[in-house]
Design a protein around this ligand. Structure first.
Ligand SMILES: NC(=O)c1ccc[n+]([C@@H]2O[C@H](COP(=O)([O-])OP(=O)(O)OC[C@H]3O[C@@H](n4cnc5c(N)ncnc54)[C@H](OP(=O)(O)O)[C@@H]3O)[C@@H](O)[C@H]2O)c1
Length: 339
């Protein structure tokens, strides 16, 4: 199976390393022999029919600043969509930045894959937040597989478990903590009595938050996950405009203290119920959603049986790379071919 990867950052490199490390197991256990035929970053690409190795990509990136530095295989272009359309890949992995305000580029990348008969895996949330119903429809129309399990919960298989729960029962509501950065901030504000700005600075210094933390603290990142769950688990054709969003930017410490006096912790909760929302809510101390630090947690309410809560790390390069691997195997099993 020939693979083209868009992006060469934390997730893409972890995935490429994992692919190489598991090469023989994948062949022995699944009959799958993956070959990396293209990788692009923000300034160029490396393309090779014979396959690219993790070592040559890493060396080129380190010495030239771009994967286009791979000797004899470099392409100086920023047009990933054109490369995708023209390459001889079976599957495209979209692992470029989730640019929520400008999702057009990643949407074009996925469209280029679908229109040219390539399956796709996206860890990039932007195209799903902006146009998930249309993306699902286009993949189906072109008869290709589309997976995105790394977009919610990192390596925790939230989407797969939620979909599984929905079989044979009805998921009536989903509530959860979908953003580790904001959970870390609220947890620290409570446990150490610190104010918002102090904890945000610590979160940035520790690498939990981006230098521009807007998508996290304004609730946009959590809202994208609400959209993905609404579409995938509850079959509701939503986009980010359908989610009522309130973040935690500048949240006064008194809100946390007042909640504690009532026996609650304040959490940024994403909810898929009658409506779709993200907002700070009080959660009883000891509730399954009362998770510490940067953990994510998600409670599925089922019509016939009782609630199920899943807790795990919501991000991380290797964790997210394992979800891409699961998606890859899933697609391999669905198409049932041998490479
Ligand atoms: N990190 C996580 O834990 C995690 C978890 C779940 C989902 N995700 C999602 O996974 C995606 C990748 O995350 P990451 O942490 O790996 O990001 P990252 O480390 O910032 O890497 C992003 C990569 O994309 C490349 N890129 C930027 N603009 C591009 C363009 N126009 N065309 C092609 N490539 C482009 C960058 O190129 P340069 O190398 O030239 O800068 C870089 O190689 C994001 O959408 C993120 O939201 C990440």
């Amino acid at each position: 199976m020939r693979i083209f990867v868009v992006g060469y950052g934390v997730v893409a490199r972890s995935f490429i390393d994992l692919l190489e490390a598991q090469q023989s197991v994948l062949y022995q256990q699944q009959g799958l022999s993956p070959r990396l035929v293209g990788v692009c970053d923000s300034t160029g690409a490396a393309v090779s029919e014979r396959g690219l190795s993790a070592d040559e990509l890493r060396a080129a990136k380190e010495s030239t600043g771009t994967v286009a530095g791979v000797a004899g295989h470099g392409v100086r272009t920023v047009d990933a969509a054109q490369l995708i359309a023209e390459c001889d890949a079976d599957i495209v992995v979209e692992a470029s930045p989730s640019q929520m305000s400008t999702p057009g580029r990643s949407i074009e990348n996925l469209k280029a894959a679908f229109r040219t008969g390539k399956h796709a895996i996206s860890v990039n949330k932007a195209p799903l937040a902006a146009a998930m119903p249309a993306m699902l429809e286009l993949a189906e129309f072109n008869g290709v597989q589309f997976r995105f399990s790394g977009t919610v919960g990192g390596g925790t298989p939230v989407l797969n478990v939620a979909r599984e729960c929905a079989r044979g029962d009805e998921v009536t509501m989903v509530r959860g903590i979908f953003n580790g950065t904001t959970n870390f901030i609220l947890w620290k504000m409570h446990s150490e009595g610190l104010d918002f700005d102090t904890v945000l600075k610590e979160a940035i210094d520790l690498g939990y938050a981006e230098t521009d933390p807007s998508a996290d603290i304004d609730g946009v990142d959590a809202a994208t996950k609400v959209v993905i769950l609404a579409n995938y688990v509850l079959g509701r054709p939503a986009t980010i405009g359908d989610v009522k969003v309130e973040g935690i930017r500048g949240l006064p410490r008194e809100r946390i203290e007042e909640a504690a006096q009532r026996g609650n912790h304040l959490k940024l909760i994403g909810e898929i119920g009658e409506a779709l929302s993200v907002a700070p809510q009080e959660v009883p101390i000891g509730d399954p959603l009362d998770v510490p630090a940067s953990l994510n947690a998600i409670t599925l309410s089922l019509k016939a049986s009782s609630d199920i809560t899943l807790i795990g790390r919501g991000a991380g390069g290797i964790e997210t790379a394992t979800s891409v691997m699961r998606d890859l195997l899933d697609i391999w099993n669905v198409i049932g071919g041998r490479s």
